[in-house]
Design a protein around this ligand. Structure first.
Ligand SMILES: [Zn+2]
Ligand SMILES: [Zn+2]
Ligand SMILES: [Zn+2]
Length: 134
């Protein structure tokens, strides 16, 4: 993630570097308010955290997902993809939904709707949790 940000020409100084490094260490989805709490003792304000999240999302290294009823973020790999989000353990599994997207495009064009963006997310139980619950 840090290498990709350097490639994108993101300057890493002071507080922004701290925010980015903290996010890069996240192995599972996190809530923005949790990140604010985590960084507050280091003197990083809420506005700085939210600005960084927005910026990283635009650069494609973070994606917004739903964790239960609230909004969270997950660190993302490159390329267009979507996420399966486990409601039991919060695991995030990236999937290529190209086939689904082509079908949606077909349906939309039949209705003469020009699709500009789309949101597609799946909630449920991951393979490990399914195995554990039997
Ligand atoms: Zn992703
Ligand atoms: Zn898509
Ligand atoms: Zn799970």
């Amino acid at each position: 993630m840090l290498a990709r940000l350097a490639e994108a020409g993101l300057r890493m100084t002071g507080q922004r570097e701290l925010v980015v490094r903290t996010i890069a260490d996240k192995l599972s989805p996190f809530a923005p308010e949790g990140l604010v709490d985590e960084l507050r003792p280091h003197g990083v304000g809420r506005a700085t955290v939210y600005r960084a999240l927005e910026r990283l999302e635009r650069l494609g290294v973070l994606a917004r997902i739903h964790v239960g009823a609230s909004q969270g973020y997950t660190v993302c790999d490159e390329g267009h993809h979507h996420h399966l989000v486990c409601a039991s353990c919060n695991a995030v599994v990236p999937i290529d939904a190209g086939a689904v997207e082509r079908e949606i495009q077909k349906l939309a064009s039949r209705l003469q709707f020009r699709v500009e963006t789309h949101m597609l997310e799946f909630a449920g139980e991951c393979a490990e949790c399914v195995a554990r619950s039997g």
